[in-house]
Design a protein around this ligand. Structure first.
Ligand code: NAD
Length: 523
């Protein structure tokens, strides 16, 4: 019998968003490719985990050395695929990874070694206990396109140093950079099956979620994050979710307008606004509002928009048409509801298909999409407030909670307000740079996700904690075992009083009632 069965392979293209040129084409990894990669990873993981910690650290050190040598080449590869200026690729991607490696090289041994657990309870003092941190096994990482190097690399290094094998499914828009990461790790001596890249689209990502991995680390949109969490729940797969944001910037009445306006412009337009920690909403005290807007517009005028590979470019293209449409939709909605476009507000077709002018909006309100949904583009919407109380309320009036910033000359006031903001990170007098502080945990609250990457908590996410308990009196039956008899209840009452009663008298009586317990003969 003849069949017309055709095997259709799904293809993806890596495209330079500045020129729309195809950088490279790939076939998507299918379910069976992903399953085979996971199996290979599992086969290699035990030997990797069995190495001494210093041997895994040695691979990281070599990775760091090679990355430093190839820094410009890697930065340019990032620019070709993601559009950001090379200077930004160096600072927000290559530097973040070099320093992330430094943190792990310096701290992995301390963070991953066994940790004693001192016991407070009197009974438990006859035992000693400690924590063992064990790798999960095979960790799946699914990553986005906006930081195609720093996000998967920092997560991968933390997983690897803890003894895991890693399967990375990069964004379908930035596969080339993921393969650069792979080549750096292999050059550093990492066994090949311990880190594998499976290129592909959402379906490849879904196949990874369903494959025999032991933990999933996902960074991307809230919509995909929810889909992944639901799929993971079916098999109780542990997941970490780093999702979207709508980060507020609060400029208090005592802020330095000159400094805060520069921060707002950089925080909103850096990487063409396609940063999870971007300034997505700005609130300025009424006293400073006009002055602040004027300064932002003046500084925006000076920005050079263009191809990120060209020297002197400040703002590159957006990633693609789909993202441009979202930004346009938000700006149009804001204008229709009464916002004023002070500068920008439209595409820049003369530069290429994916360029959008850095835009400053005034007179925005919380009814507008631009203040509620993630815009992820070069737009700075600025609202006004009259009191610190109102500023905190506006900041917290969001489904997201990734980061926030507070601008003030009074550090104490800033720190006090920081405690009241619902976010994973609050910066006082700076924006975004927290992502580059390798010691600082990164992650969100509310719809911005769960779990933390970077620093101590990022390492903890990559291990299971096992508690090992060793009894110091192995030949003694425990007094709380069977054979309760008539007295045990009374003795236990006394024991509770001895430990927890408020008054000294009751404690003493408790001690006397408990005394007989040592003569107990459990079954
Ligand atoms: P996205 O959710 O569209 O895609 C992210 C990844 O998930 C891609 O690799 C994609 O192929 C994959 N994917 C898509 N559908 C899938 C499915 N059903 N199952 C498994 N995998 C699937 O996000 P994006 O557009 O690539 O990235 C932008 C988003 O990421 C923004 O919302 C941004 O805020 C967020 N982000 C968050 C952080 C953070 O640390 N919190 C950092 C960077 C980006």
């Amino acid at each position: 019998m003849e069949t017309n069965l055709q095997i259709v392979t799904r293809k993806i293209s890596s495209i330079n968003p500045a020129t729309d040129e195809v950088v490279r084409e790939f076939e998507c990894a299918e379910e069976q490719d992903v399953a085979a990669a996971v199996e290979r990873a599992r086969g290699s993981q035990r030997a990797w985990a069995a190495l001494a910690q210093r041997e895994r650290i040695a691979v990281l050190r070599e990775f760091q050395r090679t990355l430093h040598e190839r820094k410009l080449e890697i930065a340019e590869a990032i620019t070709r695929e993601a559009g950001k200026p090379v200077a930004e690729a160096l600072t927000t991607e290559v530097l973040v990874v070099l320093d992330g490696a430094r943190f792990l090289i310096d701290n992995a041994y301390r963070l991953l070694r066994d940790e004693p657990v001192p016991h407070g309870n009197m009974v438990a003092k006859l035992k000693t206990g400690y924590l063992v941190r064990e790798p999960y096994g095979v960790v799946g990482i699914i990553s986005p396109w906006n930081y195609p190097f720093s996000i998967p690399a920092t997560e991968t290094l933390a997983a690897l140093v803890a003894g895991n094998a890693v399967i990375l499914k990069p964004s379908e828009l930035t596969s080339v950079v993921a393969l650069e990461l792979q080549s750096l790790l292999y050059a550093a001596g990492l066994p090949r099956d311990v880190f594998q890249v499976v290129v592909g689209d959402g379906a490849t990502g879904a196949a990874l979620v369903h494959a025999a991995i032991d933990k999933l680390v996902f960074t991307g949109s809230v919509a995909t994050g929810k889909r992944i969490a639901a799929a993971a729940a079916e098999r109780l797969l542990p997941v970490m979710l780093e999702l979207g944001g709508k980060d507020p910037m609060l400029v208090l009445d005592d802020a330095d307008v000159e400094v805060a306006s520069s921060a707002a412009v950089w925080g909103a337009f850096m990487n063409a606004g396609q940063t999870c920690l971007s300034v997505e909403r700005c609130y300025v005290h009424r006293r400073l509002y006009d002055k602040f807007l004027t300064a932002c517009v003046e500084k925006t005028k000076k920005l050079r928009v263009g191809n990120g590979l060209e020297r002197g470019t400040d703002v590159g293209p957006m990633i693609n048409e789909r993202q441009l449409k979202v930004v346009e939709g938000h700006v149009d909605d804001a204008e229709a509801r009464g916002a004023r476009v002070l500068i920008g507000g439209a595409r820049l077709p003369a530069l290429g298909a994916n360029f959008f002018a850095p835009t400053v909006l005034a007179d925005v309100t919380h009814e507008m999409r631009i203040m509620r949904e993630e815009t992820f583009g070069p737009v700075l919407p600025v609202d006004v407030f009259d009191s610190d109380e109102e500023a905190v309320e506006l900041a917290n009036d969001s489904e997201f909670g990734l980061s926030a910033s507070i601008w003030t000359r009074d550090g104490v006031r800033g720190e006090r307000l920081a405690r009241r903001i619902q976010a994973g990170t609050v910066m006082v007098n700076d924006v975004i740079s927290c992502f580059g502080i390798s010691e600082a945990p990164h992650g969100g609250v509310k719809a911005s996700g769960m779990g933390r990457t970077h620093g101590r908590f990022g390492v903890e996410e990559m291990v299971r904690v096992k508690y090992v308990d060793v009894d110091l009196m192995p030949r003694m039956k425990k007094v709380w075992w069977y054979g309760y008899g008539g007295n045990f209840r009374r003795q236990m009452e006394g024991f509770l009083d001895l430990q927890f009663a408020r008054g000294f008298g009751q404690r003493l009586r408790g001690a006397l009632r408990t005394a007989g317990i040592v003569r107990r003969k459990p079954l």
